[in-house]
Design a binder for this molecule. Structure first.
Ligand SMILES: [Cu+2]
Length: 137
């Protein structure tokens, strides 16, 4: 009986640890090559809220680019256009995909010489997540 209690406690502790580890997680992170002459790349990924509260991403930055914006592609009058996404809200447990033709990052004005890109996700002043991905020029 005592052994069983310990096993349950251990399991609970492990669950608590993994929860505390990463309230926000990113996977399948891709930053595309910039189109020649455009000096602009797109960023795609999946973002998951592992916490019990909703998360509001206010902006994303990258040390390798002077400007990063969250965009959403919408179709209006059969014309696709991009609109800035002011805030990205993730409900508890929700995963949102940034993908071609939908939500995406626009990364503008790259610096010189880098072979990986860092994306930093912010909620106001708070840095929630920093991820790296390869970038082959
Ligand atoms: Cu865009």
């Amino acid at each position: 009986m005592k052994q069983l209690t310990l096993a349950v406690l251990f399991t609970l502790l492990m669950a608590a640890c993994s929860e505390a580890q990463a309230p926000l997680a990113a996977s399948d992170v891709v930053v595309t090559q910039s189109v020649p002459g455009m000096r602009m790349s797109a960023g795609y990924f999946k973002l998951t809220n592992n916490s019990a509260q909703s998360i509001n991403i206010s902006h994303v930055t990258s040390p390798q680019f002077a400007s990063v914006e969250m965009h959403e592609t919408i179709i209006k009058d059969e014309v696709a256009r991009m609109v800035p996404l002011q805030v990205l809200t993730l409900q508890p447990g929700e995963t949102v995909s940034f993908e071609p033709g939908g939500k995406h990052l626009m990364l503008m004005r790259p610096g010189n010489d880098f072979d990986s890109v860092t994306l930093q996700f912010f909620a106001g002043e708070a840095l929630l997540l920093s991820v790296n991905t390869d970038f082959d020029r």
